[in-house]
Write a protein that binds this ligand. Sequence first.
Ligand code: GLU
Length: 498
Amino acid sequence: MGTSAVRVRFAPSPTGFLHVGGARTALFNWLFARHNGGTLVLRVEDTDAARYSDEYVDAIYRALRWLDIDWDEGPDAGGQFGPYRQRERAQLHRDAAAQLLARGAVYECFCGPEPVESKPSEAEEASDDGLSSRAVRPQCTCATLSAQQKDARRAAGVAPALRMRVDPARAVVVDDLVRGRVEFPAGTIGDFVIVKSDGGALYNFAAVIDDHAMQISHVIRGDEHLANTPKQLLIYEAFGWQPPAFAHIPIILNEARRKLSKRDGATFVNEYKALGYLPEALVNFLTLLGWSPGGNQELLSREEMIARFTIEGVVKHPAIFDHAKLSWMNKEYLKVLPLDELTARTIELLQRRSPVPDRIDPPHVARVVQLLQERAYTLGEIVDQGAYFFTSGPVEPAPDAIAKYCATTESMQRLREVRDALAAEPRDFNASEIEAAIRGLAERTGNKAAAFIHPLRVAITGQAVSPGIFEVASILGKDVTLARTDALLDGLAHTVAK
Ligand code: GLU
């Protein structure tokens, strides 16, 4: 592999499920790698022992696989730049820190047990560009300690942290591929901690050591990390290493242009899976969150996304998470999904319901999804709208449906008549025969077909509206249709008779 090869990484911290923002970062890295024939590295940043969990590591793998984002190197995939779990790289971080100490680029800080690096405050993170003017960070005076003073602290049992020496008079320039040139006065950065007193490397330091060791060529990550970049550049500089190129991709906001939160609905990839969104649609949607292929085309195949993805197409302004657009997109993907595929995925979702419904054999489910495919926005809607199809048991008619179509003795009389007409039908119970039977009955009795159809629909679906009733009855089958009709007649006979 030549030195100019594209190597990018997705570096999640496994402290939670994969957020849509994280998935978008993974996706942009994946698209960039695939577009350039490069390599995608998955690095699990699990150094924060207190917050990380193996369960979340697995959840992140599962979410990426579901989205069909594959990586070339990683904890499970292996590769020549491992280990790929950051906690296994602790010694490498310590050795690198020792080098900087020997060069005088860092100094020992005895300020306190946990002089942790200051994170951007909430306000800074919320600001549109992450660059709001910040107060000069307070600096400790440990840089000026004499060897004797340091020995005394050590003798008193104080373990030192390591702090980067930053010349406050200079500036650090980030030449970002998306944001352009951004200058940070070093005085706003201050001498920052790279290794805690317990020997643990902090994020900015570990990321630099690992990105360098893994020969990462481009760091593509969320905008919230732009403020970390000058610190990382100072670390590259202290080692005399060539930094990678940086591309900070725009923040994702809700429709009110605020940070995406739980209140905006699902924010984790697994939630979208459970709701019955298609991974293809979610990938298409996320690809357009901060990237534009130019022109108005919104539905792109994977091949098109890969062929057209460039950093130049990444926009600077915040990306708005538009739920309506995602629903529309999902519907478009649902419509064109081959029937056997749609059936298999619907069954998968049905199997995760509790209790698992009893009528989920593939031929039956295929007939249902064919009927609902054009109407539903998600697989979840197919499962919910079609719930009465997936059980052979009784349905509980909705009170408003009863009130509307089954409240009179006449309507119950029509239901009894249609029940008897259907009972005389052949067992195969196909839709056109059912239709002929009901229309024939209407003609014979001088009633409108609707007089039979409405109460029948309530009886067999429990609802006032449904897809075409002849097809619905046919799919349910003769036994279930008659049993549900009888149940309604029996149940209502009491109330109407009173
Ligand atoms: N572990 C960091 C995160 O999840 C990675 C940031 C980076 O890509 O450098 O935010």
